[in-house]
Design a protein around this ligand. Structure first.
Ligand code: SF4
Ligand SMILES: [Zn+2]
Ligand SMILES: [Zn+2]
Length: 308
């Protein structure tokens, strides 16, 4: 049985909540769920200067939109990786810039070809790691650098429930304790140069963020994801969870929320280990960020060729 809140035409049926909602009620609920995540996981305060990592896709732009509407001081960061395939970087950058213009919000662009003299592809060609792994190192470094240089208090990313539940399943199947411990809706900074990271969309599914983005008239790169996302291992986990969700609505949310309640079970020993490892950390001789050797993974890949 489905419950409706009003007599308006429903735009979405949320099977896991047995709810059918019109556009206005859905938008209101979406904001309420973001507020709930922010409050329950102590992600943000109204005094925080927030840097939102935007990719031009539905999740990150929906996040930025809702944070602005909720009155947060939120600026965007777009990292241009120079992905030429299907003009992905150019198109997604335009979407991020158009959103910022329309909302009158500040957007910082980190163009790695201009900053470091090479695109993601050029960097990955010189490295034995997979393209997505190199991409992750570059994005993490640029987010940390811009957050530090810009005096931001916290970094926000648009990871949704499907992303988080998929990663969680993958980490559990491999019993990757270190990653399990760190899979938090708010990850505290573990070094003075780093900022806390939050995921305010963690209780909302991909379908919900897409619906929100469409209802709000957000122009995002809906016709495609990053052309390399099909190689990402989390896709298989997401597909498996979608099949379970189909048979048993609400499983994804239950899986994620219960894990967060019990995450401490994985924490204590790993935290001790991290403290021991932390004692061995030094600062990278080129960028100054914490590293296990005198050159961090990012500077080893990009050779520290930052131009300005
Ligand atoms: S799918 Fe694309 S954006 Fe995501 S990590 Fe891989 S290369 Fe980077
Ligand atoms: Zn309604
Ligand atoms: Zn470095």
């Amino acid at each position: 049985m489905r419950f409706s809140k009003c007599s308006e035409q429903a735009v979405i049926h949320l099977r896991s909540h047995r709810l059918a909602l019109c556009g206005d009620h859905f938008t209101e609920r979406f904001r309420d769920v973001v507020k709930k995540a922010i409050k329950s996981y102590r992600q943000l305060t109204k005094d925080d200067k927030v840097l939102v990592a935007v990719s031009g896709g539905k999740d990150s732009l929906a996040l930025w939109d809702v944070l602005l509407d909720l009155g947060y001081d939120a600026e965007g960061l777009y990292i241009d990786l120079g992905i030429k395939k299907e003009s992905y970087s150019d198109i997604s950058r335009e979407k991020a810039e158009a959103f910022a213009r329309n909302r009158g919000a500040g957007l910082i662009i980190s163009d790695i070809r201009k900053e470091y003299g090479m695109s993601l592809h050029a960097a990955a060609r010189k490295n034995p790691r997979t393209l997505c792994s190199v991409c992750g190192i570059i994005k993490r470094h640029e987010m940390s650098r811009v957050a530090l240089e810009g005096g931001y208090d916290v970094l926000a990313t648009g990871h949704n429930l499907d992303d988080e539940a998929g990663v969680l399943l993958g980490n559990l199947l491999r019993w990757n304790l270190e990653l399990l411990r760190r899979q938090a809706p708010r990850l505290e900074a573990w070094h003075p140069k780093l900022k806390p990271k939050v995921k305010p969309l963690c209780l909302l599914t991909e379908r919900e963020t897409a619906t929100y983005a469409i209802l709000r008239g957000i122009d995002y790169v809906y016709e495609m994801e990053c052309p390399f996302s099909l190689n990402s291992p989390s896709i298989v986990m997401k597909e498996a969870l979608n099949r379970i969700e189909e048979r048993s609505p609400g499983t994804k949310l239950y899986f994620f929320k219960k894990f967060q309640r019990h995450r401490n079970l994985f924490a204590s020993r790993e935290e001790e280990k991290q403290k021991e490892e932390g004692a061995e950390l030094v600062e990278c001789g080129i960028c100054g960020f914490p590293s296990s050797s005198d050159r961090c993974a990012f500077c080893r890949i990009m050779r520290g060729k930052r131009k300005n």
